[in-house]
Write a protein that binds this ligand. Structure first.
Ligand code: NAD
Length: 321
């Protein structure tokens, strides 16, 4: 069995490799070659922790495994990140444990890759202004992945906690792009692509604030009750997702579905667009919305890419197990 420690991951995976792995597995999901198993997530009644696992199997890539982990709110005081993830891969032919791979950095990279894939396939080709709603840990990864997809000439951003906006300014500077903190009205009026990546439980961005032709990647809503945009915006947009079953129950679309504004049949898999089986954006004026709920197969796909690179470079640790 192979071990790839968390500390080694940064040198082993690029955002390009993450993008390719996530795009491929979304395509496999839409073809029916890969499927996710039901997600488990439990409050364990200790350390205020939420623990769970996401798992799945990609029959085409023979990638079988799970990501285990969750959220331990007291970790920061111990010098650890609150989110803790570990990926386990298994040999699809024998069920034997194949690898244990640190999953913290991979989670951020695979989540950023998902919105980047949606931008590649759904945003207007002439998109110039990137709007960021959210300035937490994930936001920097999101911005870095997004700017590779279009010729953006500036980034504008808003955050519920304005003191965190420096993260967006610093990341834009690292990418050589000007950054401006703006109110939501301006963000919606100017941005051609918007990424929302917050832990909000109330709508932040309203349909009336968003101009026609925008592509929105809603990436923060991954739990029942969370919400980043109003249901009217979801109903107005052509909606795509990683997995429809998650989108309607715990993704951004849950509220529009519960209100009866849209149904599961109105939501397309992004993989169908990747495979050329769905046209994607219907017109330059249409608002497109990607509901990125986060699936286990994304984790397995990037973990597999890391494992192969780690073995090639002699960085993976082999143990008799
Ligand atoms: P973080 O704790 O570092 O940042 C939280 C962000 O949410 C900040 O921008 C904060 O200002 C904002 N926020 C907090 N409370 C808010 C409120 N009441 N109203 C509006 N904004 C509020 O978190 P992070 O690691 O950057 O993750 C952000 C979100 O992304 C979380 O909800 C997380 O669960 C989700 N996430 C989704 C996926 C996926 O695959 N879709 C993957 C990883 C994380």
């Amino acid at each position: 069995m192979w071990i790839v420690p968390e500390a080694a991951i940064g040198d082993l995976v690029s955002k390009e490799a993450s993008f390719d792995a996530v795009e491929a597995v979304f395509g496999a999901m839409a073809r029916g070659d890969a499927y996710n198993f039901p997600v488990i997530r439990e409050a364990i009644g200790h350390a205020d922790a939420l623990y769970g696992f996401k798992s799945g199997f990609d029959r085409a890539a023979l990638n079988l495994g799970l990501k285990s982990g969750g959220y331990w709110p007291g970790n920061e005081a111990k010098g650890l990140t609150n989110h803790q993830s570990t990926v386990f891969l298994f040999d699809a032919d024998t069920g034997k444990a194949e690898a244990v791979i640190g999953g913290n950095l991979l989670t951020a990279l695979r989540t950023a890759a998902a919105s980047a894939v949606s931008i590649k396939h759904l945003a207007r080709a002439d998109a110039k202004v990137l709007g960021m709603v959210g300035a937490g840990h994930q936001s920097a990864f999101q911005m870095r992945a997004a700017v590779a997809q279009r010729d953006f000439d500036k980034v504008i951003g808003w955050n519920f906690h304005p003191e965190m906006l420096s993260r967006l300014a610093d990341t834009a500077a690292e990418l050589g792009l000007p950054f401006e903190a703006v109110e939501l009205d301006r963000l919606g009026a100017e941005a051609d692509v918007i990424i929302t990546i917050t832990s909000s439980f109330d709508p932040i961005l309203m349909s009336g604030q968003v101009k026609d032709g925008t592509h929105i990647a809603c990436m923060g809503t991954d739990t029942v009750g969370k919400q980043e945009v109003d249901a009217a915006l979801v109903a107005r947009a052509r909606v795509f997702t990683d997995e429809v079953a998650q989108s309607v129950t715990l993704g951004e679309a849950q509220h529009a579905v519960a209100a009866g504004l849209i149904g599961a049949g109105d939501i397309a898999q992004i993989g169908a667009v990747i495979n050329g089986d769905h046209p994607g954006r219907g017109s330059a004026e249409e608002v497109t919305l990607f509901d990125g709920t986060g699936v286990g197969l994304q984790d397995l796909a990037v973990a597999r890419a890391v494992l192969e690179t780690a073995k090639e470079r002699g960085v993976a640790i082999e143990v008799d197990f």
